[in-house]
Design a protein. Structure first.
Length: 507
């Protein structure tokens, strides 16, 4: 009953005229940002974040959360129409969405994606409402050792989910940690890693600059190279009758939608996992339990609804560790986490005690954002199709200009703009070499948090690392993290050993 009362208070906050307007605006902007190849929710939130300082903090985070929701919906648009994922979270949608579009069923795929996103979002918000307070109460017992153990677990989690090449994932993490250490030492105040004594490095590397460089400039360079100006747009006829028929067909695909919703939510809760692995896992499970698995990849509607319900559920799930533990569950929530710190809202268990109105207003706004995003998505399907008919040579400069504005606005320093361009080129080269980008972005956000909790713990224990294992919570988490760190490394070494033995055998 307490949860119900708190949620009703949250709806009173969410439906204030300003907040309601921002929810609708955020969903609308997010849909178009998500539909633009190379942008996605990460860069969209990063670009818009500086503009939110014009409104109160609660309204700002509600707007960004709505934009996040809208972008998760919109990511399927370019995946289906162009075969280019609007974001990494929509990669799995390409597998069957694009073949459906090539068959003239783009409208069915778009309606299926929108409906699945709504189902995934609804289930995940209900789970969020039920499980946020208990997790917050548990988190109240956490101190600096537990916080560091959680950070270690976060790194271990996305090492395990970073792909088969563990060494490249480690490299990406270490690069992010190095960038996070640039600036002034948190204890002594001494400068460190100040390249050539350039003054701009004294304030550290802004995580927005890194995020926009990687997900904006780098992705656009990659898309321009891979598409070579030959991006084809699928045609789709959109009528009310066709939409209603598509909705009826989507209802029959409820099993993969429900499965994707629960799977995506719980994968999203994992620190630093995010929606991408959740959507890919949901696609794989849907294919394995389908009656006709061979039809997947050729235009199966279930292959669209499963990953779309999962990535929207994961986007909500990733907010749970961010709010209750201060750990971002995805690159986008890492940016939201940074924004909350800037606004003076420190994520963690005390957030539910000191800022109840903000927390429950945000949760209530997710219900509203989910509904508005569904309505807007279906209503704007013809508009999306028209926008994506624009030549890529026009879209690319627009996105570059938005990136420049987003990189300059936070500090109004040209140093950050040049740094953003350098990061973009680096991200493009790392992408060509098949290095994962998400670990670097998450590491630059988690790095300072992990360093602070580590040094605070060592000060408490007079330099002894036993503090991480003598406390039951930190010890349990640390052991799990170490196991997750060691297993992929052992697997990599075993694979290399087998390959070497095979190569040594006489032909």
């Amino acid at each position: 009953m307490d949860i119900f009362n708190l949620l009703m208070d949250g709806f009173a906050v969410a439906f204030l005229p300003l907040n309601l307007m921002l929810i609708v605006l955020g969903c609308t902007v997010g849909l178009f940002i998500g539909a633009m190849p190379g942008l996605g929710s990460v860069n969209g939130v990063a670009i818009v974040l500086p503009m939110t300082f014009l409104v109160p903090p609660a309204s700002a985070i509600i707007f960004l959360a709505a934009l996040y929701y809208g972008a998760m919906y919109g990511g399927a648009i370019s995946s289906i129409m162009l075969g280019i994922p609007g974001a990494s979270t929509a990669v799995a949608t390409v597998f069957d969405g694009r073949p459906m579009a090539m068959k003239g069923l783009a409208d069915k795929a778009l309606v299926g994606a929108a409906t699945a996103s709504f189902v995934g979002g609804t289930i995940s918000v209900v789970l969020f409402t039920l499980f946020a307070p208990p997790l917050a109460e548990v988190a109240l017992t956490f101190g600096a050792p537990e916080e560091f153990a959680l950070m270690l677990l976060a790194f271990a989690t996305f090492i395990g989910l970073g792909g088969d090449d563990i060494s490249k994932t480690f490299f990406s993490i270490f690069i992010g940690l190095v960038f996070s250490a640039v600036g002034l030492d948190i204890v002594s105040g001494q400068p460190r890693l100040i390249f050539m004594d350039i003054p701009g490095f004294f304030h550290g590397i802004n995580f927005l600059v890194l995020a926009i460089g990687i997900y904006g400039i780098g992705e656009m360079l990659w898309v321009m190279e891979t598409s070579q100006g030959k991006v084809m747009v699928s045609q789709a006829t959109v009528t009310v009758k066709r939409v209603m028929n598509s909705l009826r067909e989507v209802v029959h695909a409820y099993k993969p939608m429900v499965m994707g919703s629960f799977l995506g939510y719980f994968v999203g809760i994992l620190p630093a996992a995010g929606a991408t692995p959740g959507s890919l896992m949901a696609y794989g499970v849907a294919k394995s339990i389908a009656k006709d698995p061979d039809s997947f990849g050729t235009g199966n509607l279930e292959g669209v609804v499963a990953p779309e319900s999962a990535n929207n559920a994961a986007s909500t799930g990733s907010m749970l560790p961010m709010l209750t533990l201060g750990i971002p569950g995805s690159p986008t929530t890492a940016i939201l986490l940074g924004g909350m710190v800037i606004w003076g809202l420190e994520p963690g268990p005390m957030l539910f005690v000191n800022h109840k109105e903000f927390v429950w207003g945000l949760i209530a706004s997710l219900y509203a954002a989910n509904l508005f995003a569904l309505i807007l998505n279906i209503a704007f399907i013809p508009a999306f199709i028209w926008v994506l008919k624009l030549p890529f040579t026009i879209l690319a400069p627009i996105i570059f200009i938005l990136c420049m504005i987003g990189g300059y606005a936070p500090t109004q320093d040209m140093h950050d703009v040049w740094l953003m361009l350098i990061f973009g080129v680096m991200a493009y080269l790392m992408r060509k070499l098949d290095y994962p980008m998400a670990p670097a972005v998450l590491a630059i956000v988690l790095g300072p948090l992990a360093e602070a909790s580590l040094r605070q713990s060592l000060i408490i224990s007079h330099g002894s690392f036993d503090i991480f294992f003598t406390r039951w919570a930190s010890g349990t988490i640390a052991v799990i993290a170490i196991i997750l760190l060691v297993l992929p490394v052992l697997k990599m070494l075993k694979t290399r050993l087998i390959d070497n033995n095979v190569s040594k055998k006489p032909g």
